[in-house]
Design a protein around this ligand. Structure first.
Ligand SMILES: C[S@@+](CC[C@H](N)C(=O)[O-])C[C@H]1O[C@@H](n2cnc3c(N)ncnc32)[C@H](O)[C@@H]1O
Length: 354
């Protein structure tokens, strides 16, 4: 009798050893537009692999059997729901709530670009070198594999730069909606700088919720702001956050401090401190590690992201705990620190006030 429910140490290690199939299968379904093929404007009707292939318009010769193998695996990881006929000979698939995050929304966004961004060749080359971050942290695995740091590498490759912008928008827009529903700390603020603001989505959303902000500055690397779309009331400014940050009443940053070392974070926060008036604050939304290690999706996503940072961005950049952020803020001269954990979100809201 089939007894696939049994778990044992040997099946657990086999699962872990084969785990690479999971992100690679996820990458494949994004490349093949599977989520949009099933979603079709919200119908989410269960489809067979052959029907998905024809709806995804991948061209002639698609192999439905191989696609079904991929869909079965990702069903086990909660991306698809499998619908079996009575004698278990035919399988059809719809999207779960997780799978729906891969379907393109009315703004042309989804989490799919983030999946693709993470699995580009240059990043994949770095992943086989994770152990090097232990043996020799003086340069990150990405640098060892590609000869230069990730941001300067992306900067020379327009397609990587554009994918990065799209990936950031796909993840940031849904988070910002949730964040702005409960955060009122920008009321009455007149000027706001978004440090490392990428395409400017976060700033656009903050400003539309807080009409007192008459001037928004989207500050990022010159090659990034060059590609950013025009947004009313927003000035795109190119520069380097390690050098100087434009002045503002308040500063917003999201997913920035994580990619820098402790000394660099102190330096960035000090640059923010210099750019703010007394009472001004930095509102930073960062992935913050829980003190205890557990197997929730949230904790795992945060722990995985920490290894991603170590491998791709800075071997001594990292996801930090709330206490570590408090200490960095105090070292940079801030007097007050507050953290608000949003339990269903990847990011924690950190406030550093001058
Ligand atoms: C992880 S992304 C976050 C983007 C955006 N804040 C968001 O959450 O969607 C980090 C951003 O920092 C920018 N960045 C990296 N190095 C920088 C530097 N030296 N000066 C200014 N921005 C930088 C990158 O171009 C990128 O847009």
């Amino acid at each position: 009798m089939e007894n696939s429910q049994t778990n044992s140490p040997t099946t657990a290690i086999m699962e872990l050893a084969n785990m690479i199939s999971v992100p690679m299968a996820l990458n494949a379904v994004v490349r093949l537009n599977v989520a949009d093929a099933i979603w079709q404007g919200g119908s989410n009707n269960p489809l067979s692999a052959a029907e998905i292939l024809s709806a995804a318009a991948v061209g002639p010769g698609g192999d439905a059997e191989n696609l079904q193998r991929i869909l079965r695996l990702l069903t086990s990881f909660g991306v698809f729901e499998e619908h079996l006929n009575a004698d278990a000979t035919k399988r059809r698939y719809s999207l779960t709530e997780v799978g729906k995050t891969l379907a393109t929304d009315e703004n042309g966004l989804s989490y799919g670009a983030y999946v693709l961004q993470h699995h580009q060749d240059a990043l994949m080359r770095a992943w086989t070198l994770v152990h090097e971050a232990v043996l020799d942290p003086s340069s990150e695995p990405f640098v060892k594999a590609n000869g230069e740091g990730a941001y300067s590498y992306y900067g020379k490759k327009p397609e990587m730069n554009e994918l990065m912008l799209k990936a950031m928008s796909g993840v940031s827009v849904p988070f910002m909606k949730a964040f702005l529903n409960s955060y009122d700390g920008f009321q009455g603020v007149g000027t706001l700088v978004d440090v490392g603001g990428s395409a400017g989505d976060c700033l656009r959303m903050i400003m539309s919720k807080n009409p007192s902000i008459k001037k928004g500055v989207n500050f990022d690397l010159p090659e990034v702001v060059e590609k950013a779309p025009k947004i009313p009331g927003v000035e795109h400014v190119g520069g380097d956050l390690l050098k100087t940050i434009p002045s503002a009443v308040d500063i917003f940053m999201k997913w920035i401090l994580t990619t820098w070392t402790d000394d660099e974070c102190k330096h960035i926060l000090k640059n923010c401190h210099d750019a703010l008036p007394p009472g001004g604050k930095v509102v930073a939304c960062e992935p913050v590690l829980p003190n205890h290690t557990d197997n929730s999706h949230r904790s795992r996503a945060l722990l995985e992201g920490d290894i991603f940072v170590m491998t791709i961005y800075r071997s001594k950049g990292k996801h930090r705990t709330e206490m570590e952020y408090r200490e960095l803020g105090i070292a940079a001269g801030f007097r007050y620190f507050k953290a608000k954990i949003l339990l269903d979100q990847f990011y924690t809201v950190l406030e550093f006030q001058k």
